[in-house]
Design a protein around this ligand. Structure first.
Ligand SMILES: Cc1cc2nc3c(=O)[nH]c(=O)nc-3n(C[C@H](O)[C@H](O)[C@H](O)COP(=O)(O)O)c2cc1C
Length: 404
């Protein structure tokens, strides 16, 4: 994972309001504030009076370096932090945790404290992370309020399921701070950088069938490709995801094509490639397939069995020469000589950029949430990233596209 000093400043120059309301999860809002500050943004914290019963404003003030606003009339002469001035400055407001009470007030337009008044004056995106007892969360009045807020365009970070502070199990636990901050980050980076891009992403493993019930495959989970697809979409790109079999849901708003074999992947890519501007090949495509794929199940007759394999078509080697106008980005998962092998692959396949993916005893990226990569440009520049989530790696790769 990233250590403190290596955190990427992906929210530099952004102004965020963090609203904190009176639930048991207030202590997690402290972590959300810390992560937001680490990512480079300015944060003004607004607490409801009930929230201050759980954690004192001093903690938020010390971390944000700003006064915390609690009361509507505490600073009648400070026009810099009245609700209108604050609303005008903000790029985004998030409410963490959001109580059942504040959901009701927001949904009805009640403005009887600073936070609910500010909510009515805000024109920027609002992210709400509810947290409460599972029975409260399932209450039809709370669900109706959430529906109303969604219809009004508010972004809801759904609570998780599990053990709650009130000793019962169910849905209502605040989403993890990192999830909330990632959500905020993708919302703020939305619809800008990659607006006119059409990006084809291949993901997942392929399956090469020996007979109808057996295949040769690899442990690729598809997570890296799906993270890139989701992030590219959130940055405004049109995304075409061509994926081998995975357990993942295709990201919202993405054009999805499911395939099984390397040949199917190549055929599908051929059908859609004409219109795309960029191709990012994260798929772990099988190099070989059984020479004969039996139409019927092979019976267990002998003690041993010899299978002859033949080469699959190499997707990059086939397509790059045919479409030199596209920007081609490859991935290289390597156990040895990481950078050197990746550089050779980039040269051999005439790619514009390659992402070298370390596979070692310490870093096994297949199926993991994190990975450790080196991004190598065609002109030889290397960017070595520390181990980080695949979503963060996706952002790092995609931020480079306009410079290629
Ligand atoms: C110990 C304790 C924990 C609470 N936790 C929650 C909670 O997690 N979610 C919630 O909606 N309300 C919770 N409440 C109830 C709220 O504090 C209460 O509804 C309050 O009016 C909320 O005010 P606010 O929304 O202005 O902060 C809790 C109350 C207590 C005493």
């Amino acid at each position: 994972m990233l250590n403190e000093s290596e955190t990427l400043k992906t929210l530099t120059d952004r102004e965020i309001i963090l609203g904190v309301t009176g639930g048991i999860a207030v202590y997690k809002a402290v972590e959300v504030l810390r992560l937001l500050i680490k990512r480079g943004c300015g944060v003004s914290v607004v607490m409801t009076p009930h929230a201050t019963e759980f954690v004192r404003p001093l903690t938020f003030a010390a971390l944000s370096g700003r006064n915390v606003i609690v009361k509507m009339f505490q600073n009648p002469h400070d026009m810099q932090i009245d609700h209108i001035a604050l609303a005008n400055r903000a790029d985004l407001m998030c409410v963490v945790p959001a109580t059942a009470n504040i959901l009701g007030k927001f949904a009805c337009g009640i403005a009887d404290d600073f936070l609910s008044t500010l909510f009515l004056a805000i024109t920027c995106p609002v992210v709400i992370a509810p947290a409460m007892n599972a029975n409260m969360y399932q209450n039809p009045a709370v669900q109706r309020n959430l529906d109303t807020l969604k219809k009004l365009g508010m972004e809801i970070v759904e609570p998780g399921e599990g053990d709650l502070a009130c000793k019962i199990k169910g849905k209502g636990r605040l989403a993890e701070p990192e999830t909330i901050v990632d959500f905020i980050e993708s919302l703020l980076n939305k619809n800008t950088l990659l607006k006119d891009y059409i990006i084809l992403i291949s993901a997942g493993p392929t399956q090469e069938f020996l007979d109808p019930v057996r295949f040769l495959s690899n442990p690729s989970s598809g997570k890296m490709g799906y993270s890139i697809a989701k992030t590219a979409r959130s940055m405004g790109a049109h995304v075409i995801l061509v994926s081998g079999p995975t357990n993942l849901e295709p990201p919202q708003g993405v054009e999805f094509h499911g395939v099984r074999t390397a040949s199917e992947m190549l055929d599908t890519i051929k059908k859609v490639i004409a219109s795309v501007t960029h191709v990012i090949m994260t798929a772990a495509v099988a190099c070989y397939r059984p020479k004969i794929s039996s139409a019927k199940k092979i019976k267990k007759e002998n003690n041993s069995m010899v299978v002859e394999f033949e080469r699959n078509p190499d997707i990059l080697q086939t397509l790059v020469p045919q479409y030199p106008d596209k920007i081609w980005i490859g991935f290289a998962a390597e156990t040895d000589n990481l950078v050197e092998n990746a550089r050779n692959k980039m040269r051999r396949k005439n790619l514009n950029m390659i992402v070298a993916n370390e596979v070692s005893a310490d870093h096994y990226p297949f199926g993991a949430e994190t990975s450790k990569v080196v991004i190598i440009d065609k002109d030889g520049k290397e960017k070595m990233l520390p181990e980080m989530t695949k979503d963060r790696i996706a952002l790092e790769i995609l931020k480079k596209l306009p410079k290629i």
